[in-house]
Design a protein around this ligand. Structure first.
Ligand code: NAP
Length: 474
């Protein structure tokens, strides 16, 4: 187990801004109580050489995950490459050991872990595979290593199916790899069908009805295949959760599995290469699945998330950090009101009066309720006025960030911001006022879909709790 004071790793590629890897590795580091810092680094093809040279001399960097477009280009720069990575022709994990760089492909590990979890016996059995790209090769490798009897590859757009059948036939002579162009008349019943194409990815977003139907039709051959009892349908896609392939498979009573478990197992495999064994892999896997499903759901479902709670509870910082993680924009209603009024909240209250502030606030909330991909932090009193609560409940998810009175007082003092409702009070009076306001507001805050207690929690753990809870709302 590595215990270097500072360990760093990163995902490299371009573009990398939507990569889930930083969220995954930060969560693993937190759960393993291990100080690994993980970042994403946009590295262009022109920069790859220099990046890898620097990596060799960076003592803290345990390695990198490699993504598009460098999975093949990185290979000639490495000192050693695993058999899996050589067969697949792509490296997705680089380990930095001493002055050497070692290349791995953890797709195979992710696929094998999925087979194991599903307890699908592949030795002497037949499998049918849609697609013949990079991940299809990893599937072929795993099937060859498992001792499958036959692997039928369907890849109608190009000759890659025939090419990989030939390649893996040489590597695993005991398994029959063959390209197929039809579905009927095949000799065997299948224990496994796999989709390794991107057909059906993001199917719920921005696709015409015709394009979505085309995706569905691509898998119509499933109905002509024969299956063993308990056969598994495995789609490598993990977003959306349910795909055209899996929906058809479910209608045929096959056991469906999407690619999220594989994604997690691959990441855990990277960790084990860089750092060493994990303390409790099963619990970690379960927690990561819930966390990542939350992120993915919130990337798909674009309805606004509103954060409510008392002043200084941390709504704005939670909104900003949550928004970053799920690719949304954070908006603070108080800030919007200040911009619209052209003066500070204290000035609006003292010059125009509270009703003027509440009117602007209500208009802002009504507008935001129609906007996609927003995380909105609400002013502490917003829900108590007009139809704000109704408007919010009808449009998105409402989260109450709670805190005890003493914690709120400490945070308010730390902030040192002049709040109109608390100005001019001494400490005892302030506590009384906080209590009074909280008693009044709490029943309304508690109308939220979810309550997260923020007492003694770090910002990251509050963000994670919000994300997991909201992302897994029915
Ligand atoms: P790839 O190397 O680009 O291969 C894609 C394959 O799909 C090729 O055989 C391609 O056919 C075929 N294909 C693409 N679009 C098609 C279409 N519209 N109609 C018919 N066939 C089509 O991609 P990859 O790296 O293997 O990834 C494939 C999928 O697996 C992606 O959705 C990816 O997200 C997913 N994946 C998931 C994980 C995980 O951890 N869960 C890991 C790796 C990949 P041609 O030969 O004709 O181009």
């Amino acid at each position: 187990l590595k215990t270097s004071a500072l360990m760093t790793a990163a995902v490299i590629g371009t573009p990398v801004q939507h990569s889930l890897s930083p969220a995954i590795f930060r969560k693993i580091a937190a759960m393993e109580n291990c100080g690994l810092e993980y970042s994403k680094e946009d590295v262009t093809t022109a920069q790859l050489d220099q990046f890898l040279n620097q990596l060799r001399s960076d003592e803290n960097r345990v390695g990198v995950n490699v993504t598009i477009p460098h999975k093949e280009a990185v290979m000639p720069h490495l000192d050693q490459i695993s058999n899996e990575a050589k067969a697949i022709g792509a490296v997705n994990v680089v380990q930095h050991e001493g002055k050497s760089l070692l290349g791995f492909n953890t797709d195979v590990i992710g696929i094998e872990s999925t087979f194991k979890k599903l307890t699908v016996e592949l030795k002497g059995r037949s499998a049918f595979l849609w697609g013949a790209g990079g991940s299809a090769k990893a599937v072929c490798y795993a099937l060859g290593r498992a001792g499958a009897r036959e692997v039928c590859i369907y890849n109608p757009r190009s000759s890659r199916g025939a090419e990989i059948a030939k390649q893996f036939q040489t590597l695993f002579p005991a398994t029959e790899f063959k390209e197929v162009n039809h579905f009927s008349g095949l000799n065997h019943s299948f224990a496994l069908v796999v989709n390794s194409t991107p057909v059906g990815m993001h199917s719920s977003q921005g696709k015409s009805k015709e394009a979505a139907q085309e995706d569905e039709l691509f898998f119509s051959g499933l109905e002509q295949l024969n299956f063993e009892p308990g056969a598994v349908a495995f789609d490598l896609i993990y977003t959306p959760r349910s795909t055209p392939f899996l929906r058809r498979a479910q209608r045929l009573k096959l056991r469906p599995e999407n690619g999220l478990g594989m994604l997690i197992d691959q990441a855990l495999a990277s960790w084990k290469i860089w750092v060493g064994p994990l303390k409790n892999e099963k619990i970690l896997h379960e927690d990561l699945a819930k966390y990542l499903q939350g992120i993915l759901n919130l990337r798909e479902n674009q309805k606004p998330i509103f954060l409510t709670g008392f002043m200084a509870v941390g709504k704005s910082s939670v909104a900003v950090n949550l928004a970053k993680l799920i690719g949304r924009t954070a908006v603070d209603t108080d800030q919007v009101v200040v911009e619209r009024a052209g003066k500070s909240i204290a000035d609006i209250f003292s010059i125009d009066g509270e009703p003027a502030f509440r009117k602007l606030e209500a208009e802002t909330i009504a507008e935001l309720s129609h906007q996609k991909n927003k995380v909105v932090s609400l002013g502490g009193g917003a829900l108590m006025h007009g139809k704000n609560l109704e408007v919010i409940q009808a449009s998105g998810a409402l989260v109450y960030l709670s805190a005890s009175e003493s914690v709120l007082e400490t945070r308010l003092m730390k902030e040192g911001v002049n709040r109109p409702l608390l100005s001019g009070l001494n400490s005892a009076e302030r506590m009384d006022k906080i209590k009074e306001l909280l008693d009044l507001r709490k029943p309304i805050y508690e109308a939220a879909d979810i309550t997260i207690n923020t007492d003694h929690q770090s910002l990251d753990s509050v963000v994670e709790a919000v994300l997991t809870e909201v992302g897994n709302l029915a």
